[in-house]
Write a protein that binds this ligand. Structure first.
Ligand code: SAM
Ligand code: SF4
Length: 323
């Protein structure tokens, strides 16, 4: 079992396979962002497989492919297929903005991805365009329909709740997800990078109570070990999660770390603690050296983020760490 210095079991890793993106969501990436990692620093598929196989031997159980936009990484299905077969890994999932999902849904499913998170912040086409800076809603909806037909075990919609998000937008998204069997997750905007700080968050506590009454929902638990608190419909078929890093933080049950495309391990989304695995991998480190470095890195995982007391702390953009 992999444990950090506070006794938390770490069994989940979010792997950013690229820090590039075809969208520019206000809360994530500045419109003129250019500070990308150098291609020669990107871990190759062999390096990723080697590093994650060491993590898996130590106790990692679940991997999520993320980015930037992961579907921009060339040959991603090949990487997915390699990671889904790693001994010890029993869950491979993907977070995507959905712009290319229509084309990739089938091949990803066959490569062993079982669960999808698709980001969609509104069902109002102009709002989506103004948030993401591209007119992509029709493509994303087509991608979601394609994914539905491919038999993924679970499809979740990630909707960032910004200060400008309205009740009508949340209600429309809830109704859309109920109709299609998608799990909805509302996420309070985090003050990561300048965009995250400037966007403003929506306190989800009153939203939760309003949706409970409006859609007749009750408290529920959804397996997966994530940070969301869930409400479910009476028949259990619809679930909505509330990710509240600002108003009710969940650091005590944190079970994850994040690996950047350049081999930098991020110990906390809301802190600057990192460990460089690229140099170790490329300087002839043995598997035993990597194992030792992983255990040492986990001992430095911070207790909690400081999103409310020190929102200026994290200057990197969210697309660098994969959210
Ligand atoms: N491009 C993919 C996507 O959008 O799903 C994967 C990467 S994205 C960084 C992962 C998740 O982080 C998305 O659901 C996105 O909405 C969320 N995210 C990005 N910036 C955020 C912020 N400042 N606060 C809260 N969530 C954020
Ligand atoms: Fe790209 Fe995802 Fe960030 Fe939006 S949230 S800019 S889609 S990485």
């Amino acid at each position: 079992m992999l444990q950090d210095g506070f006794g938390r079991t770490i069994e989940y890793l979010r792997l950013s396979v690229t820090d590039r993106c075809d969208l520019r969501c206000t809360y994530c990436m500045p419109e003129k962002f250019k500070d990308y990692s150098e291609p020669e620093h990107w871990l190759s598929f062999d390096e990723i497989e080697r590093l994650l196989s060491v993590f898996a031997r130590l106790g990692l159980r679940r991997i999520r492919l993320t980015g930037g936009e992961p579907l921009l990484r060339k040959n991603l299905p090949e990487l997915a297929s390699r990671l889904s077969r790693l001994p010890g890994i029993d869950d491979l999932s993907l977070s995507t903005n959905g712009t290319q999902l229509e084309r990739y849904a089938g091949v990803l499913r066959r490569a062993g991805v079982t669960r999808l998170n698709v980001s969609l912040d509104s069902l109002d086409r102009e709002r989506v365009q103004s948030i993401s800076k591209r007119d992509v809603m029709p493509q994303v909806l087509a991608g979601l329909e394609a994914a539905r037909n491919e038999g993924f075990r679970l499809i979740k919609i990630n909707m960032v709740a910004m200060s400008a998000t309205t009740d009508d937008e949340i209600d429309a998204m809830t109704a859309y997800c109920i109709e299609r069997g998608f799990v909805l997750r509302l996420i309070e905007t985090m003050p990561v990078g300048e965009g995250g700080r400037n966007t403003g968050f929506l306190d989800l506590r009153p939203v939760q109570e309003r949706l409970r009454r409006r859609f007749g929902l009750v408290d529920g638990v959804v397996p997966g070990g994530g940070p969301a608190r869930y409400l479910v419909s009476g028949d259990g078929r619809f679930q909505i999660g509330f990710i509240t890093p600002i108003t009710q933080h969940f650091c005590a049950t944190c079970n994850r770390v994040r690996l950047g495309v350049d081999g930098i391990l991020y110990l906390c989304l809301g802190q600057n603690h990192t460990v460089d695995f690229r140099t170790l991998l490329r300087s002839g480190g043995s598997n035993a050296d990597i194992e030792e470095a992983v255990l040492a890195a986990l001992r430095t995982k911070p207790h909690s983020h400081d999103f409310t007391s020190r929102p200026q702390r994290v200057v990197r953009v969210m697309s660098a760490t994969g959210g």
